[in-house]
Design a protein around this ligand. Structure first.
Ligand code: 5GP
Length: 179
C-alpha cells in the first residue's frame, strides 16, 4: 500500500469484479445498438478504459473536461466546460461515464447541456456514489459502489493531481492534506 494511504476502501479485485458486472448489464441493455460512451476527464479516464473493454455492444468513445475541485477537497459548484465533445450526439445513445457522484452539481450541469443536443438516450454510469450526499437529484442508471462520505483517491481520482494511478481506492492520511 502507498505510504500516504490510511485505508483501502475498494481493492483492485473488487473494482475489477464490479466493472465486469457493469459491463454485462450495459451489454444486455444496449444489445447490438451502438452507444457513445463519454468520459468526464480526468477522473473517469481510467474507469472508462476498463469499463469499455467489458462492454460487448458496439461502442465509440469521446471525452469532455469540466472544471472541478482544483486542489481543494470541497465542491465549488462552479462548472465550466474546458474541453467539449468531438462527436455530434444528436440521435445517438449516450452513456456518460463518471468517476464519482458527490453533490451531483457537476453531473446536473453536464446532463442538462448534453440533453439539449438531443441524444436518442442519455444515461449515466458512475463508479462511485457518495452515500446520503447528493444535493441535486440525478437519475443514475449504473452505480459501481456506494461509498461513505469521505474524500477518496486512486483509480483515476486525485488529490492535487496525484494518486490517480493507484490501482485501488483509498483514503489519504490526514497529514497529506497538511503538507
Ligand atoms: P460533484 O459536482 O458531484 O460534487 O463533484 C463531482 C466531482 O468532484 C468528481 O467528478 C470528482 O472530480 C470530484 N470529487 C468529488 N468527490 C471526490 C472525492 O472523494 N475524491 C476525489 N478525488 N474527487 C472527488
Amino acid at each position: 500500500m502507498h505510504s500516504d494511504i490510511q485505508e483501502i476502501v475498494l481493492s483492485q479485485d473488487r473494482i475489477r469484479e464490479r466493472i465486469a458486472e457493469l459491463g454485462v448489464q450495459i451489454s444486455e441493455d444496449y444489445g447490438d445498438e451502438p452507444v457513445l460512451m463519454i468520459a468526464v476527464l480526468r477522473g473517469a479516464a481510467i474507469f472508462i478504459a476498463d469499463l469499455s473493454r467489458q462492454v460487448a455492444s458496439p461502442i465509440e468513445l469521446d471525452f469532455m473536461a469540466v472544471s472541478s475541485y482544483g486542489s481543494s477537497t470541497k465542491s465549488s459548484g462552479v462548472v465550466r466546460i474546458i474541453k467539449d465533445l468531438d462527436e455530434d450526439i444528436e440521435g445517438r445513445h449516450v452513456l456518460v461515464v463518471e468517476d464519482i457522484l458527490d453533490t451531483g452539481l457537476t453531473l446536473k450541469y453536464l446532463l442538462k447541456n448534453l440533453a439539449s443536443r438531443k441524444p436518442k438516450s442519455l444515461e449515466v454510469c458512475t463508479l462511485l456514489s457518495k452515500e446520503g450526499k447528493q444535493r441535486v437529484p440525478i437519475s443514475c442508471k449504473y452505480i459501481g459502489f456506494d461509498v461513505p462520505d469521505e474524500f477518496v483517491v486512486g483509480y483515476g481520482l486525485d488529490y492535487a493531481e496525484r494518486y490517480r494511478n493507484l490501482p485501488y481506492i483509498g483514503i489519504l492520511k490526514p497529514a497529506v492534506y497538511a503538507d
